[in-house]
Design a protein around this ligand. Structure first.
Ligand code: ZN
Ligand code: ZN
Length: 880
């Protein structure tokens, strides 16, 4: 047993115990067939990442589940790691190079990679250090970086197996191209937003000299790559034009007018230009009509040779203005109107995305998705809150093939080799000999894999797959995944697909989708918007324990949570309250206190039986809420129990027994109950506030070396004591009412006053036996209990607490009369409602008999109460 210092200093407490746990290797897990595993795979932070509020919440929740599981006796593993974050790192590196006026192309692949590794070693992994300050109990010995050799090998293995199965193919497709990052990005990495633009109505004259047709476009520069004009087959306006040729303005080329059902007759004039090289729908239409694909932009978004003079080399935006000017000058523009369009931007660099035709690698999803849909339908993977199941299903059922290649350098290079003879070989290293021509010269595919391709393998790759390791056998499938809603498709769904494909088993059983942290105004927290709060600054100010509790306490079933610094400050006050209570308990313990144990039941007083019963209900409620991922409920139960029941009621009443034991030896009973309940409560709070609870637990009688390994409170039904709870409810209500009267009458907090209680016969004994506590709780100079029908002595103010009448002698005052009137009004309101209901034929006919009976009893009770209140008011008027 250690001492508890007078002031609660979170930083000191947290640093001390985190170092202690680390030194003892408490976070490390190894397979142990005698125990059941409980595994969480950390959503990989990016190597460029820094802790933000979303991380603080997400990791706080994971740590809570992991610590709880350890205490439940499970063999808990929390796997940490870092994602190489291909495109995000490119953005950082290109920015650094840009400051020197360079691009990655100036460096070349090898030098760029060498520089990137150097940078990664320097500042990569900052966030892992920050997670330690958040007290995360990850198994740091197992930290994996997705470009580590072992993990990389698993990624290549995964690619090769899918390739050999025919699930990976290369194809010319229209993809989302970021001209700034010079890579394709997936559909999920494009952010759409309304952008003002201009709609140009451009005339395409008929090749034979007729009027031709007017089409509307907002991208006139792509006219350079037009291959047709299309109309709807049922559009009467254009029927006669289908099959004829029109001239592309400013470009010396004739193109056909075609009919296709996919044309939107409502848009513009109903006739549209077809530019397969620059629009996904045009690409489909062009392919179906056997049209050629022309491309007028280069990978940097500049006009290529197709533009000829004077457009070649212009940026796409410059060219748009220039081309529109030239069309106008040529009299080809009939009309211009303002138009708002939905433009997609690169989620990383916010450059406008260009639909672009290029050679890309794709993963066929239909075959992989089917078992992953089934796994969720069968409940082998469960989403919490449940509504996310539908979100997952909707996406999976209309899944498209996944573009997995990126034209970047940092990442896993695609393990495909090309021979001059045209043979394509998938292999981790350069093949020795071409299987077709026997050649020995190969060129490796220059692209790297989408970052999400490697993170999809996270639960397998970290445990040693493709090797059949003891870790893989023991810890897979993992237990719970805690993540954010924006990566359900990018990550969660793909892990399920890969887990089933490569291991035949789901990667995890439960997926908890944590809320998004917003500020009080409901805005996303963002550094760049200036709406962010730095979680580390809050840790410095209030402690990680308080930050964790404040965040977890806001996790309702809603999809967002609103957060402010004030919430952390409130939690720090809660922590202070616990600290001070613990100091009081500690100071009142005998130094020779043995291991924690409860005294025999027969020696317990009413207040002891009551607090034990309340503790048991709290512990059962907390456990149940944790099992259901209802985190707010966990926090609320703990907060209420500790703040109100333990500190404000039990501790205050126990002081009386410590000072003046009602029976000899009772002091030891109270000491034991005080410290046992506090110690067990610290266990319940430990998963959320690890260091505070460890410090207090260490200062109380305890068994073992750390609260982390203490056993979770279970089998508590025997402590539940409805009789003690009912009796204490009465005592607390009387005390509460007297405190209210004191407040109403403006009696100074330090002033002690005489109190009279008039109680019905069935309450007298209870009040008599708890008088010592009530007197203390309400600062009574004297507390007298009289039978209900005893004559009232002299004047006084009175109030009712249930059936007990409270009189503060010599305190006639208007507030008390007011109070009684209010009580009377409330009773009358309720009675009117009840009377109406009990007169209603519908209610009497439809409500079950016990309900009607209960309502009648309540009606009877309220009438009696009304009579008493009216009598008291009359009494007061007599006194006045
Ligand atoms: Zn970009
Ligand atoms: Zn060959």
């Amino acid at each position: 047993m250690t001492e508890i210092p007078s002031a609660y200093e979170p930083k000191r407490v947290e640093e001390r115990w985190y170092a202690y746990w680390l030194a003892k290797g408490e976070f490390h897990a190894v397979p142990d067939p005698s125990r059941q595993p409980y595994t969480i795979m950390m959503p990989l932070p990016n190597v460029t990442g820094e802790l933000h509020m979303g991380h603080a919440l997400n990791n706080g929740l994971q740590d809570c589940l992991i610590r709880w599981s350890r205490m439940r006796g499970l063999n808990a593993l929390w796997q940490p790691g870092l994602d190489h974050a291909s495109i995000a790192v490119h953005v950082v590196m290109e920015r650094r190079l840009g400051e020197k006026g360079l691009t990655r192309l100036d460096l070349g692949r090898e030098r760029f990679l060498a520089e990137t590794w150097k940078w990664k070693e320097q500042i990569g992994g900052t966030i892992l250090g920050q997670l330690r300050r958040l007290e995360c109990s990850c198994d740091w010995d197992r930290t994996v970086f997705t470009m580590d050799p072992g993990y990389s090998d698993a990624v290549l293995e995964c690619f090769i197996r899918l390739f050999k199965k025919g699930l990976i193919y290369k194809g010319k497709r229209m993809i989302n191209w970021c001209p700034k990052d010079q890579t394709s990005v997936s559909d999920l990495e494009v952010e759409y937003g309304e952008t003002p633009s201009t709609l140009y109505y451009v005339r395409y004259p008929a090749a034979d000299g007729g009027d031709g047709v007017v089409v509307a476009t907002q991208r006139p520069e792509t006219i350079l790559a037009d291959v047709a004009v299309a109309v709807h087959p049922e559009d009467e306006r254009y029927r006669r034009l289908v099959g004829t040729q029109v001239r592309v303005p400013l470009v010396d080329r004739s193109v056909p007018v075609i009919a296709d059902r996919r044309v939107d007759r409502e848009f513009g004039t109903g006739a549209v230009k077809i530019t397969p090289g620059h629009d996904p729908l045009d690409y489909e239409i062009g392919a179906d009509h056997g049209l050629p694909v022309l491309v007028c932009l280069d990978p940097r978004g500049r006009i290529n040779d197709l533009g000829g003079e004077p457009y070649r080399g212009l940026d796409r935006d410059e060219c748009r203005t220039r081309f529109a000017d030239d069309l106008r000058a040529a009299g080809a523009i009939e009309r211009e109107e303002a138009y708002t369009t939905n433009v997609g931007r690169c989620a990383r660099c916010h450059t406008v995305i260009e639909p672009y035709i290029s050679d890309q690698w794709f993963c066929r999803m239909a075959a992989l998705a089917a078992p992953a849909i089934q796994a969720v339908r069968d409940g082998r993977v469960r989403f919490h809150p449940e509504r996310w199941t539908k979100v997952y299903m909707d996406w999976m059922e209309q899944i498209r093939d996944w573009n997995i290649s990126r034209q970047l350098w940092w990442g896993h290079r695609i393990p495909v080799w090309y021979c001059a003879c045209g043979e394509v070989v998938a292999s981790k290293t350069a093949p020795e000999r071409c299987p077709r021509c026997g050649g020995t010269e190969f060129v490796q595919d220059p692209d790297v894999l989408d970052t999400w391709f490697s993170s999809a393998l996270w639960p397998l790759g970290t445990l040693g797959w493709p090797h059949e390791t003891a870790d893989l056998r023991y810890f897979y499938p993992t237990s719970t995944l805690v993540t954010a809603r924006d990566i359900i498709f990018l990550w969660v769904a793909r892990m399920i697909m890969f887990g089933l494909e490569f291991r035949g088993e789901v990667p995890f059983r439960d997926v908890y989708i944590n809320p998004t942290v917003l500020n009080l105004e409901g805005r996303r927290m963002s550094k760049s918007l200036g709406t962010g709060i730095d979680p580390l600054a809050l840790v410095d100010r209030y402690g990680a324990d308080s930050l964790r509790f404040a965040l977890i306490n806001r996790c309702t079933g809603e999809q967002d949570l609103r957060f402010s610094e004030k919430m952390v400050e409130d939690t720090r006050n809660f922590a202070n309250k616990i600290w001070n209570a613990a100091r009081f308990v500690r100071m009142n313990l005998d130094e020779r206190a043995g291991p924690p144990a409860l005294p025999p039941r027969g020696t317990l007083g009413l207040i002891d039986r009551w607090i034990l019963s309340r503790f048991a209900r709290t512990a059962m409620g907390v456990t149940d809420a944790l099992e259901r991922f209802e985190f707010r409920d966990v926090c609320q139960r703990l907060y209420e129990f500790i703040w109100s029941e333990y500190c404000d009621w039990y501790l205050e009443m126990a002081k009386q027994d410590l000072r003046d034991a009602p029976v000899p030896g009772h002091r030891q009973v109270v000491q034991a109950v005080l410290s046992w309940v506090l110690g067990e409560t610290m266990k319940l709070l430990h998963p959320i506030m690890p260091a505070l609870t460890e410090e207090i637990w260490q200062a109380l009688p305890h068994e073992g070396e750390t609260i982390m390994r203490a056993s979770w409170p279970t089998d508590l039904e025997g402590l539940i004591d409805p009789e003690a709870e009912a009796q204490m409810d009465l005592v607390m209500e009387v005390a509460h009412t007297i405190r209210g009267m004191r407040a109403d009458l403006g009696i100074a907090a330090g002033e002690s006053i005489p109190v009279m209680l008039y109680a019905p016969a069935d309450r007298e004994a209870l009040l008599e036996s708890t008088k010592r506590y009530i007197g203390l709780l309400v600062r009574a100079r004297s507390l007298t209990i009289e039978p209900q029908n005893a004559p009232r002595l002299g004047d006084g103010v009175s109030a009712l607490s249930g059936t007990v009448e409270i009189v503060l002698p010599g305190r006639v005052a208007a507030p008390i009369r007011e109070r009684l009137r209010k009580q009377l009004a409330t009773v009358e309101r309720e009675l009117t409602t009840l009377d109406d209901r009990l007169r209603s034929r519908t209610f009497l006919e439809r409500a079950p008999a016990p309900v009607v009976e209960a309502e009648r009893a309540r009606q009877h009770q309220l009438s009696a109460r009304r009579a008493t209140l009216e009598r008291y008011l009359a009494d007061l008027d007599d006194n006045a």
